[in-house]
Design a protein around this ligand. Structure first.
Ligand code: HEM
Length: 468
């Protein structure tokens, strides 16, 4: 009432329908209850049941008055309007990822640093240059799991693998101690990402803040070492840390250490967490669906038959020919909804679907509800890669990587990593889970609570490896 009353009668009357929930906590209890009880869609379903399919609802979430945007068309309008909507992550999330990273950066700085950092990770040449390392990492990782002949936490191990890959791109040559320190701290950081922001010892969020301090200390140490090595004339391949050190801002200003560290904290996290999860789910879905697995495997065998005898391993063009595998990955991205929601803030009063989004209010883009909308995806709870046959989806209906100025800059890299893993998996390995019915936890990201405890067995040695 406090927030809506402040708008005045006329503006209040044009708000979308909704429910501001209980004092102080607002809709957070209902949101957390739905996600923690294993029924994440029941939270928004209750709005649709009570207020109809209006596409926008008001609520009080993450300590702010919020408009939740839940349909493809309305999400697209928000994502494509950079003047009316700027980044608006909850303060608690910004404190974890970094106040000087992209999640909290003014428009012009964001554009410049995004250009600088996105070019070296996307595009044909960049991806070609990483393919050899990705392939080598995947092959040796799969071999070591299968040769150990014991159960592994498949998700934990995959996150370790994707972390090794993103570290190579951003901070090549980091030693094992640095890798282990960072990786452990990222696990703690992510557990706090969607938790209640209670900064009291014992609570998840408090542990996550401590993990962030450790991450900052380690990255600052590496940055100091890098600057010292530069002073001594060290010559090594240029990685992202070097690019950020050399970057010039407005009027030739160099980036502060705080800025470099926050950008690295953000990128290293975004660059391994989601890819690790999606790789796990895609492997699980393939293993659970023999028909889909057989079709995906046949495609890989066909591609292997067609590579010239002089070519060692697969190149990027071969990966781009994997149409069915790409459909499997897209369906996994749609179905799993690893980034189920994204955050903006309105810079001015804006109307969408005839409803007011008031200036200063937060806007939540519910990618999950777009991907689970039966009017866009018939039978949405069915895992069905064949729905991706035919023309590409209508703009705004497929948002696993967002859209517009903040579209994920690592989307192609992520898809390549996942494809390389699945290529080798399909041609040579089998996954046997200890508990295939294991309960799924939806926060901060959907994962089986046992982190997919499983055995990886080698069944054939026909996959490609080496050369590019
Ligand atoms: C399957 C894997 C991935 C998924 C599902 C994913 C998803 C997303 C989504 C939905 C956004 C947009 C958030 C918004 O709307 O504000 C985003 C942003 C971002 N992603 Fe990814 N991502 C993945 C992999 C990666 C990788 C591999 C990297 C790094 C190489 C990366 C780096 C980033 C960064 C830096 C941003 C912020 C962009 C900005 O604010 O301009 N992501 N990601």
């Amino acid at each position: 009432w406090y927030w809506t009353a402040a708008l005045g009668g006329e503006r209040r009357g044009r708000l979308p329908p909704g429910d501001m929930g209980w004092p102080l906590v607002g809709g957070m209890w209902a949101f957390l209850r739905a996600f923690k009880s294993g029924k994440p869609d029941s939270f928004l379903d209750s709005f649709v049941r009570r207020f109809g399919r209006t596409g926008l609802y008001r609520a009080f979430m993450f300590s702010s008055p919020t408009i939740m945007v839940v349909t493809a068309e309305a999400c697209k309008q928000v994502l494509m309007d950079d003047e009316a909507f700027v980044t608006g992550w909850p303060t608690a999330t910004v404190a974890l990822i970094g106040p000087r990273s992209f999640v909290n950066m003014p428009y012009d700085d964001h554009r410049r640093l995004r250009k600088l950092t996105a070019a070296p990770i996307n595009g044909f040449d960049a991806l070609t240059s990483y393919l050899g390392f990705i392939d080598h990492t995947v092959v040796s990782t799969l071999r070591s799991w299968s040769s150990e002949d014991k159960e592994i936490k498949f998700l934990t191990e995959l996150r370790r693998m994707t972390f090794r890959i993103i570290m190579q791109i951003f901070m090549s040559g980091a030693d094992d101690r640095t890798m282990a320190e960072l990786e452990h701290s990222y696990t703690q950081l992510n557990y706090g990402m969607r938790a209640m922001a209670i900064n009291v010892p014992g609570f998840t969020y408090h542990k996550a803040l401590k993990a962030r301090r450790r991450l900052v200390a380690v990255l600052q140490r590496v940055l100091d070492e890098r600057r010292r090595a530069k002073g001594s004339g060290r010559k090594a391949a240029v990685d992202m840390m070097d690019r950020l050190i050399a970057a010039e801002g407005e009027g030739g200003r160099r980036l502060d250490d705080d800025e470099i560290v926050d950008i690295l904290v953000m990128y290293l996290n975004a660059g391994h967490e989601s890819s690790g999860h999606i790789t796990m789910w895609a492997t699980v879905f393939l293993q659970e669906n023999p028909d889909i697995l057989a079709k995906a495997k046949a495609e890989q065998e066909e591609i292997m038959r067609n590579i010239p005898p002089t070519q060692k391993g697969l190149n990027l063009r071969d990966f781009r020919k994997m149409e069915y595998l790409s459909q499997v990955i897209d369906e996994t991205l749609r179905f799993v909804n690893i980034s189920f929601v994204s955050f903006r803030q309105a810079t001015r009063d804006t109307f969408i679907n005839g409803y007011l989004i008031p200036k200063g209010w937060k806007v939540q883009l519910w990618y999950r509800s777009v991907h689970m909308d039966p009017e866009v995806y018939p039978d949405p709870k069915k895992f069905d890669p064949s729905r991706w046959e035919g023309p590409p989806p209508r703009a705004g209906t497929f948002l696993p990587f967002g859209l517009g100025a903040r579209l994920c800059p690592g989307n192609d890299l992520a898809k390549l990593e996942i494809s390389v893993f699945l290529h080798h998996f399909l041609l040579g390995y089998k996954l046997t889970r200890v508990d295939p019915e294991c309960r799924v936890r939806y926060l901060p990201h959907p994962r089986p609570v046992d982190n997919c405890l499983a055995r990886i067995t080698r069944v054939s040695s026909s996959s490609s490896s080496g050369g590019h």
